[in-house]
Design a protein around this ligand. Structure first.
Ligand code: G4P
Length: 533
């Protein structure tokens, strides 16, 4: 690969930000963009309001805009790096797409609220990062508010998530007594300044730990003594920093700061860019595809259906895995064998869409989908045949029985639910051995139920009734060829269903039932992820 293409690829950093709603993901993203000069003032990034709106408003907004920009990507330049941030929507927008987005990232930044520690949504997204062995960086946010004890916060991450932690810096106090952070490698304190008004760099005031008098004068005797004691404890107790362990996803570097007041954000960004990886190689059925050694290739990780009836088109998001893409080139959709030019390839810079002329491995592009792309599909050069490893199916947590109100419209109903399921917005299941007259729908976020109802009515002219079911857990039977599924015995509330590919699955009301079923059926192997095959 020519040098200029190599250097373009090697300066790319593509990561996702994960957090529980309200931990400060949006605020941190805004501040990061501020450093990239992508926006002038924090506060103007993406449709934050969108995520907060009630369902009906959300539909309205989707309609007005034509296409949703939720779960999209933001690109900006900083210090010679070209940075792609993948947004993972939370709140009601939480869906399987949120998980799939992580398949396109090379690392993840986990934002944690210092007063709350690890919360459920973080835990779920974290599991997907672990499955992919991607590096995870932790930003403990809101230090300007009263925070939990720092050692307790680290303990919480280690116990809840099972990953070792290595603080890169260490907070001095919190809330009204927040004085700044101690940088362990530089052995110096960055004093806290509130720079939320949008000044980019803010004020930086650094005092070395050895300059005890100056430090005491700034932070007070008590805070100074506490810091010295804590550092001693920390140096003795915490895991050694080791970049290979970080990159293997087994150790998370931890940073402290306050996104709202823009403190600790640039320190984080600088360290993060040093530690995170260039675009990672990906597995395909022809072996590992190296980003700089192969010509253009990409895979589709998300399909965004247009909610606007007047525009039935869909947008497919793909992650470029190798080489350089330019808008003139012909590419092959490997699954169909079709050779084509991608239509209106675009990237999203801050809150703007931009038609792009070229892109490199690490970048994410959105293209209009003429109706041929599916999640997990490979796009490559016309000469290539390889396919990237597919994207697993993630376990839905909410289930409902769907009935059509007008039984005369059976055909439309089956077509509608099947198409919407193929796009990956919902998962559908049926009673083992029966057809699709009546289906069970599983979703990751409850908003998807409304999306399904809305789309069936508007696009397929089918009215439905959704009856919530009590199941919360689904497990794929990994070794279904070896077990006699009809004879499996579980708890009385367990339900056997099959998916569109006729693979058997089990639905459970609680985790206890999963344990009981495992106990009663020796040799049964259950999985939280459905394989992509
Ligand atoms: P999210 O994307 O993870 O859901 O969180 P978001 O950034 O929207 O932040 C949630 C709330 O927490 C916001 O307040 C935001 O201003 C606040 N916040 C974020 N970072 C910090 C921080 O470092 N310190 C403090 N004190 N607050 C922080 P809100 O009142 O819900 O929203 P808004 O009215 O400010 O928009």
């Amino acid at each position: 690969m020519p040098n200029d293409i190599n250097s373009e690829i090697n300066r790319r950093r593509t990561f996702a930000i994960i957090s529980h709603p309200d931990a400060g993901k949006t605020t941190l993203t805004e501040k990061l963009l501020l450093y990239g000069g992508a926006i002038n003032l924090a506060g103007s990034v993406k449709g934050k309001a969108t995520a907060r709106h009630a369902v009906s408003d959300w539909m309205e907004i989707e309609k007005q805009r034509g296409i949703s920009v939720t779960s999209s990507v933001l690109q900006f330049e900083y210090d010679g790096f070209c940075i792609n941030i993948l947004d993972t929507p939370g709140h009601q927008d939480f869906s399987e797409d949120t998980y799939r987005t992580l398949m396109a990232a090379d690392s993840a930044v986990m934002v944690i609220d210092a007063a709350k520690g690890v919360e459920p949504q973080t835990r779920k997204l974290f599991k997907v990062c672990v499955m992919r062995h991607i590096p995870i960086f932790t930003f403990i946010n809101k230090m300007d508010r009263d925070a939990n004890d720092t050692f307790d916060l680290l303990d919480d991450i280690e116990k809840e998530l099972g990953i070792a932690t290595c603080p890169v810096n260490w907070p001095i106090g919190s809330g009204k007594n927040f004085k700044g952070v101690y940088d362990r490698t530089g052995r110096a304190v960055n004093l806290y300044y509130d720079t939320q008004k949008g000044t980019k760099e803010g004020e930086t005031h650094i005092i070395g730990l050895d300059d005890a008098d100056a430090l005491r004068a700034e932070i007070g005797d008590a805070a100074y003594q506490k810091l010295v004691d804590e550092i001693e404890l920390l140096d003795g107790a915490s895991a050694e920093f080791d970049l290979d362990t970080v990159r293997a996803g087994n150790l998370t570097p931890v940073f402290f700061g306050s996104a709202l007041t823009n403190f600790g954000v640039e320190i984080f960004l600088k360290h993060f860019l040093e530690m995170t990886t260039t675009p990672l190689a990906r597995k395909s059925d022809a072996g590992i595809i190296d980003p700089t050694e192969h010509d253009f290739s990409a895979f589709v990780f998300k399909i965004q259906a247009n909610m606007n009836k007047a525009h039935r088109d869909r947008l497919a998001f793909m992650r470029i895995c190798s080489g350089r893409y330019d808008a003139q080139m012909e590419v092959k959709h490997v699954q169909s064998g079709k050779v084509m030019r991608l239509s209106q390839p675009q990237t999203i810079m801050a809150d703007d869409r931009k038609i792009l002329t070229e892109a490199y491995a690490g970048d994410i592009i959105g293209v209009f989908d003429p109706g041929i792309f599916s999640i997990g599909d490979t796009i490559a050069c016309p000469k290539d045949e390889f396919r990237y490893e597919g994207i697993p199916t993630f376990a839905p947590e909410h289930f409902a029985r769907v009935r059509q109100l007008d039984t005369m419209k059976r055909k439309q109903f089956v077509k509608g639910v099947t198409q919407i399921a193929q796009e990956g917005a919902i998962q559908i299941f049926k009673e083992i051995g029966s057809g699709l007259e009546e289906v069970i729908v599983g979703v990751v976020g409850v908003l998807q139920f409304d999306v399904l109802k809305y789309r069936l009515e508007n696009e397929y002219n089918v009215e439905i009734k959704l009856e919530p079911l009590p199941y919360e857990y689904i497990r794929w039977i990994q070794n279904y060829n070896e077990v006699d599924v009809p004879r499996l015995t579980g708890t009385s509330d367990m339900k056997k269903v099959s998916d569109l590919k006729d693979r058997p699955l089990l639905l459970f009301v609680n985790e206890w039932s999963i344990g009981m079923t495992m106990e009663r059926n020796e040799g049964l192997v259950l999985s939280e992820f459905g394989s992509a095959e």
